[in-house]
Design a protein around this ligand. Sequence first.
Ligand SMILES: Nc1ccn([C@@H]2O[C@H](COP(=O)(O)O)[C@@H](O)[C@H]2O)c(=O)n1
Length: 289
Amino acid sequence: MVPELGKATVLMKNPEHVKDVISALREEGTDKLQVISDFDMTLSRFGFNGRRCPTSHNILDNSRVVSEEGRKKLKDLLHYYYPIEIDPNQTVEEKCPLMVEWWTRAHDLLLQQKILKSDIAKIVKESEVMLRDGVNSFLDQLHKRNIPLFIFSAGVGDVLEEVLRQGKVFHPNITVVSNYMDFDDKGVLRQFKEPLIHTFNKNNTVLENKEYSQQLSARTNILLLGDSLGDLSMADGVANMENILTVGFLNDRVEERRGKYLDAYDIVLEKDETLDVVNGILGYILRET
Ligand SMILES: Nc1ccn([C@@H]2O[C@H](COP(=O)(O)O)[C@@H](O)[C@H]2O)c(=O)n1
């Protein structure tokens, strides 16, 4: 069916269910399909050559427009809050206020740096961000086949859009909901727009663009890609959902989190920096293999 599902990085609790959903997505055709994806560490790479790749926040944090002192404080926040974000032993209820605290403190520090809108392209160009191998062909294929892609990200919208633009894959079938920067009339960052999106509120509560879900009301079959357990609520706003296939990238603390990911996602990709499996599934659904 999909040879890539035999890859060593692929884990599935219920392979029969996966097979059934993929068959249903193929049978029902592309007119009913939409893709919902996270950005950081899902479409972008988690690591390269043993080094962590930056998230859209880190692209700003590590850039030359942030002072040395600011950079250190942002790194301290990352080292304090990231382990909490991925801790398998804390509940979402416990984590939520701490995530709001992290994002708020980091955004406040970024506001002090007087970042210019006109600097974003250069900041991205000079960063170490990388898209996963196979993302370009995945996004090109979705565009070619008129399949909408909804990127729901707790990262920084202006930055992730620029990453896609520089990768020449920011196609018109893509809609992004994320944390966007607000610049004053001189082009200086003055605040982040509301609502604040963090890892564990990626659901209806922050979706103001109801029009978008109405436009897509006929697309009741979903391919969902994420890297956090919080990403599983990204499709909550889809009315009358019929079939959903969830693919989760398990990037970090794999031993401790494997069980939870296997319970939550249909397909778990363990330490897989590519989109090979997803491209294999899409090719099958599109009847190209
Ligand atoms: N100040 C921050 C806040 C969050 N992050 C990381 O970015 C990821 C963004 O979320 P996605 O929805 O795009 O996955 C999140 O998982 C945090 O680890 C950060 O780097 N700096």
